[in-house]
Design a protein around this ligand. Structure first.
Ligand SMILES: Cc1cc2nc3c(=O)[nH]c(=O)nc-3n(C[C@H](O)[C@H](O)[C@H](O)COP(=O)(O)O)c2cc1C
Length: 333
């Protein structure tokens, strides 16, 4: 057969990521934030695709009976994997909720047509991001930067908005306080929460990362405590809040919100901001509904609130929350 007149084309073979790259990606994905650092995920690699499964043994029955926070956490880990792959010069093809098994949340192929250099700055971000619960400075994040974070969350398929008006902020503060009070009187939730602090193994939250005074703004009195009810603040003056959610309150929507949370958190970290999730107002169903009805204009089903602010420049380094070893979370086959 004559080849005259045809344009010669080079077809480059697609390179599938080798197992060592996949292992490294899963390791980086596991740096993702998770509710109480439960790390409620399992990974499986069959030589072609990496599969992400929810680890339902790590569900919090009292605080998260439907698994919203669990799936948000898995969504964050999925986004971390995608982000890490791109930073290491690989492309990803993500299939959300493939198949019938409800525990299987995503399947990812990692490949590339041609080698690309790694983006060190992005890889560093995955290690820099953390939950720093120290008080933000009084200097608020400007509204346009906040709106930029909400817009980024929407690009990941969520409904998201920044809470910026004074009226909305006051209503949110009220609801956040109601949520904390509701949780404080719920013994099951308190016991469960305590169970994830200072665990002997590589999960949970070390108490070194939790503020020692739950109410640092309480005015010091010269007198011994009386009986006057105190005014407590959950959201402080310099804090700003971004709400992430969707049109629905179910697994597929939670997965998108988890990915968006991770995208927002990493970009906020890049810009020097600090992010602290505030999930209690969405964990109490009545308050979650009030939030949608009275605070948020465009998030019909809120999944998570993020407090955003600036930390003091001269702050000390915090210890990191531990992570489970790769062998515990990644299986071949
Ligand atoms: C869905 C979700 C909800 C969370 N809710 C809260 C919260 O209400 N309060 C809080 O202080 N931290 C919250 N966190 C932060 C986790 O405790 C934190 O990500 C985890 O301990 C791991 O630590 P790291 O973020 O420093 O890696 C939440 C995280 C996720 C993913």
């Amino acid at each position: 057969m004559s080849t005259r007149g045809r344009t010669a084309r080079t077809t480059r073979a697609t390179e599938v990521a080798p197992a060592a790259v996949v292992e490294r990606l899963v390791e980086l994905a596991c740096l993702a934030p998770s509710i109480h650092n439960t790390q409620p995920w399992r990974w499986r690699y069959d030589g072609a695709r990496v599969v992400l499964e929810a680890d339902l043994d790590r569900l919090l029955p009292a605080e998260d009976p439907r698994g919203r926070n669990l799936v948000l956490s898995c969504g964050a880990a999925l986004h971390h994997l995608e982000f890490a792959a791109r930073a290491m010069g690989w492309d990803v093809d993500v299939d959300l909720l493939p198949g019938d098994d409800p525990a299987v949340l995503a399947s990812v192929a990692v490949a590339r047509d041609a080698p690309r250099p790694a983006v060190r700055e992005d890889l560093d971000l995955l290690r820099t991001r953390c939950t720093d619960r120290r008080r933000f400075t009084a200097w608020p994040v400007p509204d346009d930067q906040l709106a930029g974070l909400a817009a980024l969350a929407r690009r990941w398929g969520t409904r998201a908005e920044a809470v910026t008006t004074d009226a909305a902020r006051i209503r949110l503060e009220l609801l956040a306080n109601r949520a904390v009070t509701a949780v404080e009187v719920d013994g099951r939730r308190l016991l469960e929460q305590d169970d994830w602090i200072d665990r002997p193994g590589p999960d949970g939250i070390p108490s070194a990362l939790l503020p020692d005074d739950p109410d640092p703004l309480r005015a010091r009195s010269r007198f011994r405590p009386g009986v006057l009810e105190d005014t407590r603040m959950v959201i402080h003056g310099g804090d700003r809040v971004v709400a992430i959610g969707g049109a629905l309150d179910e697994v597929g929507s939670w997965l998108l919100s988890g990915r968006a949370m991770s995208a927002v958190w990493l970009e906020a970290t890049r810009a020097g901001m600090s992010v602290i999730p505030m999930s209690q107002p969405v964990e109490v169903e009545g308050i979650r509904q009030d939030l949608a009805r009275t605070v948020l204009a465009d998030v019909p089903e809120p999944h998570l609130l993020l407090r955003v602010g600036w930390q003091a420049i001269g702050r000390s380094e915090l210890p990191r929350t531990p992570r489970r070893p790769l062998a515990e979370v990644l299986r071949r086959g």
